[in-house]
Design a protein around this ligand. Structure first.
Ligand SMILES: Nc1nc2c(ncn2[C@@H]2O[C@H](COP(=O)(O)OP(=O)(O)OP(=O)(O)O)[C@@H](O)[C@H]2O)c(=O)[nH]1
Ligand SMILES: [Mg+2]
Length: 447
């Protein structure tokens, strides 16, 4: 699942990669395509509208950091908005072990309630709980057998009473669980093809009888937006605390996973990814966002850059570049920032499309150290005004840094070339351009 959406989003992003800056026009065009991709993935249209608006505002409203490209920045924004859309932080559902916790399952017929009941029981048993499953589906003849057989195969006890009503079984099941000291009781309930009043009344009665800590609404991901609409109706009737989206392993387009939190205001807590009892995963919005975007570690790359790069400092630097006051000291500061981001190779390998091409290539990170050593052997005045570096000063610097005079000359020449190029870029792009021009310069930097 998500493949189709991933492919579409990747193609939008790849197109965006080539842009030298984010403008109203190119972002609008990209957002039109993102919108189309999300709608085709069956994401709720209102959600799509809000999402694209929000991405657009962020992209235009924030300064692009000098150390990342507009394309990478765009990926990060889309990623962050996807995470937000899916509920932000993961909602971890945990229960105390020394009391009887209660879970009530709800959902339409065939959505996966009974399967999810056994999956949850197994999940929490692995965390040290003593679970009990209670069979409250008295409407479908084989429902009790189904739960009992699941219980038997997992060695998890099932409470059932044939011939009684759902509410009575629920009450008795809870009394039994408390008496026997179970730490988690999960009530499986009946499903219906449609929401009908009788079924809702029964669910509400079971709800009152057991007073659950969590009510999980189980939705079938394959039914897409329909699942979201039904869920909305359910949450009006009983206080659902979490959603379990089942059958995400099928060929669902993913729209439900993306919309459900926003539409319901109820977090998606687990996803079912197979028929087997261990095919349950806690839902992590950030992991799903990364999976959908398929953008490797670009996001963490940008995060790293954001942590390191001080926006104020960047602005100062941009001004210096514009006024052609960029000194060797500034250059050294930039170099150190890049080094703080990790090894150059690690950094580059995070960029999709480059990582695999780097195999076997040995980036000479020593070059960075040599440059640092040379600049560090200069006085502050020399760093600010490299033009005063005459022959004897160059010799002193070479000795001090353990390099040759030729190395010092090469660095100064490259630095001068770079400054000249900055001058040209500034001339060409008028007032703007400063730091943005840095991207295009990368290949010309002395490392
Ligand atoms: N592939 C896949 N199949 C699932 C998943 N969850 C449930 N199923 C299958 O979906 C079908 C219905 O699951 P049940 O758990 O019986 O659904 P239910 O909501 O209890 O159904 P009723 O009790 O009839 O309302 C079964 O064949 C399950 O094996 C899942 O995450 N992935
Ligand atoms: Mg069932």
């Amino acid at each position: 699942m998500f493949e189709e959406l991933s492919t579409r989003l990747e193609s939008v992003i790849n197109k965006f990669r080539g842009q030298s800056k984010i403008t109203e026009e190119n972002i609008s065009e990209a957002m039109r395509e993102v919108k189309r991709a999300l709608l085709e993935a069956d994401v709720n249209f209102k959600v799509v509208k809000e999402f694209t608006k929000s991405v657009q505002e962020k992209a235009l409203g924030e300064d692009v950091l000098s150390s990342v490209t507009p394309g990478q920045f765009f990926i990060k924004i889309v990623h962050d908005e996807l995470v937000k859309l899916m509920g932000g932080a993961q909602r971890k559902v945990e229960f105390e072990i020394n009391r009887t916790n209660v879970i009530l399952m709800a959902g339409l017929q065939g959505s996966g309630k009974t399967t999810a009941t056994s999956k949850l029981a197994l999940h929490y048993r692995k965390k040290g709980h003593r679970p009990l499953m209670v069979a409250c589906d008295v409407h479908r003849p084989a429902a009790i057998d189904q739960l009992e057989s699941l219980g038997k195969s997992l060695d998890i006890p099932v409470f059932s009473e044939r011939g009684k009503g759902a509410v009575e079984i629920a009450k008795n099941g809870l009394v039994y669980a408390k008496r026997e000291g179970y730490s988690l009781v999960i009530f499986d309930t009946a499903g219906r093809l449609h929401i009908d009043e009788e079924m809702m009344a029964e669910l509400r009665d079971v709800y009152s009888a057991v007073n659950p800590d969590e009510v999980f609404f189980v939705a079938d991901a394959m039914t897409g937006q329909e699942a979201v609409n039904v869920a909305a109706e359910f949450t009006k009737q009983v206080n659902c605390t979490g959603v379990i989206l089942s059958k995400l392993d099928g060929d669902a387009r993913g729209g439900a996973a993306l919309s459900i939190n926003k539409v319901l205001g109820v977090p998606l807590c687990f996803v079912g990814v197979g028929e087997k009892p261990d095919a349950l995963e806690p839902f992590y919005p950030d992991r799903y966002a990364s999976r959908i975007l398929g953008m490797g570690d670009v996001v963490s790359l940008v995060e790293k850059a954001q942590q390191i790069v001080d926006v104020e400092e960047s602005k100062k630097l941009e001004k210096k570049l514009r006024n052609n006051q960029f000194s060797l000291q500034d250059f050294l500061d930039q170099l150190r920032q890049i080094q703080k981001m990790g090894s150059l190779k690690d950094l580059m390998s995070m960029i999709p499309g480059i990582g695999n091409k780097l195999a076997g290539v040995d980036l000479d990170t020593n070059q960075l150290k040599y440059i640092e050593a040379i600049i560090c052997s200069m006085t502050m005045e020399e760093r600010e005004k490299p033009q005063i570096l005459n022959g004897s000063r160059r010799k002193r610097i070479a000795n001090g840094s353990g390099r040759t005079v030729a190395d010092v000359n090469r660095l100064l020449k490259q630095f001068e070339d770079m400054r000249n190029m900055m001058k040209q870029i500034n001339k060409m792009s008028g007032k703007k351009g400063g730091m943005k021009g840095m991207h295009g310069m990368k290949g010309k930097m002395p490392f």
